[in-house]
Ligand binder design. Structure first.
Ligand SMILES: [Zn+2]
Length: 135
């Protein structure tokens, strides 16, 4: 699997695998600013852009992870400490819930990731202004 976003590769943030925060403001994205995307083959600038896909993960699932999967994962991880702190201080009351806004591709990824990563008992609620469903 190819991580699609990369920066300059030499600044302190790129060197710790934080290319989206590149200090030189280099924003390269395969399929957007660089050739690739839905290609069968693509040239990558750095081996750190490659990730091994476990055999248990289907390729049609793995191909979605570098962009939408990581975006949703990052969103869930951004609230993890807050939710864990709340649960530590208050336990898991039955009204403890995390609301995810948007039930499109990213939102549905986030629902699955939140269920896997957030403390047991925390409800994961997903709402969308255009869809009358609650996941
Ligand atoms: Zn950089």
């Amino acid at each position: 699997m190819v991580y699609a976003i990369h920066g300059c590769g030499v600044c302190s943030r790129c060197k710790v695998d934080k290319p989206t925060y590149c200090l030189n403001r280099v924003r390269k994205a395969i399929g957007f600013t660089e050739d690739g995307g839905f290609s069968d083959f693509v040239t990558v600038a750095d081996v750190r852009m490659l990730m091994r896909v476990p055999e248990t993960v289907a390729m049609d699932t793995a191909c979605l992870l570098p962009c939408s999967g990581l975006t949703a994962y990052n969103a869930v991880m951004s609230v993890l400490n807050t939710v864990e702190g709340f649960v530590k201080d208050h336990g898991v009351p039955e009204d403890c819930a995390v609301l995810l806004v948007g039930a499109g591709g990213l939102g549905l990824w986030a629902v699955q990731i939140a269920r896997a990563m957030l403390p047991d008992g925390v409800r994961v609620v997903c709402a969308d202004k255009d869809v009358n469903i609650i996941v």
